[in-house]
Design a binder for this molecule. Structure first.
Ligand code: PLP
Length: 403
């Protein structure tokens, strides 16, 4: 018998399983609204023009080699990533208390921060509170490093908006020094973000209760099209003097999904604390990946550190963000035109890659089986999967399943 005969099979990942079913579907009308990856008006993946340029520069750079990067990654990438999220004039940077580690994209940055907290967080036995609902990996990552996971209310099904009261109450009653995993913009899966005034109320409770903020920022620039606007919450928390981790992904805003370019930004109370955190993360990272991959971080670094390329990147970002914002409007208009039962304003009010439609699981099932439209069971749709050729078909399908 195998020494592994008692290993039970694990369930397939739902989003990746959805992509497989979509690929296997032979119907020409099929629509994939599952995976959170940008698609063009033609329904194709998009290599950002600025990334193509950076690619060309890298390929023709005779000085580049394939030596190991330092354990904490490419310095120019790390510094530029910190500046990108905190703002070039951030007082945390000026005071030398902002640090970083290059990680295996956003997922790796969340893991790296979580692993550090599991070993060194001063409040023993502290739980990590994640929003209900949230990206499925949050629970998996924190439980994986042995941190108990609890939830705070986020989505109000009645208003299809933010449950601010529930969120603040949960923060207020959580044991002081709890860890809160917060989406700074383009909340996945709901597409619902707090307003600046609501962020102020959230920061008040976080500060008063001595909680630790762990931001997971996977969509900077992708939500509104503005890098600064999407970083508002993070910068505001820094202004308030709070310590925090910020996981940054360059998968969506650079379209570098498979290159695994990410960063963990650390904002500590002092340079000494920041240095110690970095040193512990370096020690831990050595035992997991030894050192991070170079290609994606070189591309990102090149663009972030060159004024002209940076400007082009901002234009590419607007192209993606605006196409999604347009699709929201077209979908909303079409549902309104059809007189589809229910209120649909949340489609245009929500922001970022996803919309949380409010469709229920039996309706999702009909969408898949009858209409070949693929979306997660919680009714989340990836807006990027819609384009002018399939949006009317999708709206008609929704109209049918809700009647
Ligand atoms: N965090 C959130 C909320 C996400 O939605 C995603 C991607 O879907 C990620 C992190 C990480 O993505 P990646 O590991 O590709 O950077």
């Amino acid at each position: 018998a195998s020494v592994f005969s008692n290993v039970p099979g694990a369930p397939e990942d739902v989003v990746f399983a959805l992509t497989s079913s979509y690929k296997a579907d032979k119907d020409p009308k099929k629509v994939n609204l599952g995976v959170g990856a940008y698609r063009t008006e033609e329904g194709k993946p998009w290599v950002l023009p600025v990334v193509k340029k950076a690619d060309y520069i890298l390929v023709n750079d005779d000085n580049l080699d394939h030596e190991y990067l330092p354990i904490l990654g490419l310095e120019s990438f790390r510094e530029a990533s910190v500046k990108l999220i905190l703002g070039a004039n951030s007082r945390a940077i000026a005071e030398g208390r902002a640090g970083s580690a290059q990680c295996i994209s956003g997922t790796g940055a969340v893991f790296t921060g979580a692993q550090f907290l599991s070993r060194h967080y001063s409040v023993k036995g502290a739980s990590c509170y994640i929003s209900r609902p949230t990206w499925v990996n949050h629970r998996a990552i924190f439980e994986g490093v042995g941190i108990p996971v609890k939830e705070y209310p986020y989505w109000n099904p009645e208003t299809k908006g933010l449950d601010l009261t529930g969120m603040l109450a949960a923060m207020d009653s959580a044991p002081s020094g709890s860890i809160f995993l917060i989406h700074p913009c383009a909340h996945n899966p709901t597409g619902v973000d707090p307003t600046p005034d609501q962020w102020r109320q959230i920061a008040d409770v976080m500060e008063r209760r001595g909680h630790f903020t762990f931001f997971d920022c996977a969509y900077q620039g992708f939500a509104s099209g503005s890098l600064d606007k999407d970083a508002f919450s993070v910068r505001y928390f820094v202004e308030r003097g709070l310590e925090m981790f910020v996981a940054q992904s360059f998968s969506k805003n650079f379209g570098l999904y498979s290159e695994r370019a990410g960063n963990l930004t650390i904002v500590a109370k002092s340079p000494t604390v920041k240095n110690r955190i970095e040193s512990q993360i370096a020690k831990a990272q050595r035992a997991v990946i030894s050192n991070p991959p170079a290609y994606g971080s070189r591309l990102v670094s090149l663009v972030l550190n060159d004024e002209k390329l940076y400007g082009e990147w901002e234009k590419n970002l607007s192209t993606m963000a605006n196409r999604i914002i347009d699709m929201r409007q077209v979908l909303f208009d079409e549902l309104t035109r059809l007189g589809t039962p229910g209120k649909w304003n949340h489609i245009v009010d929500q922001i970022g890659m996803f919309s949380f439609t409010g469709l229920k699981q039996p309706q999702v099932k009909v969408l898949k089986e009858k209409y070949h439209v693929y979306l997660t069971d919680n009714g989340r749709i990836s807006m990027a999967g819609l384009n002018s050729k399939n949006v009317k078909y999708f709206a008609a399908a929704v109209d049918d399943v809700v009647r």
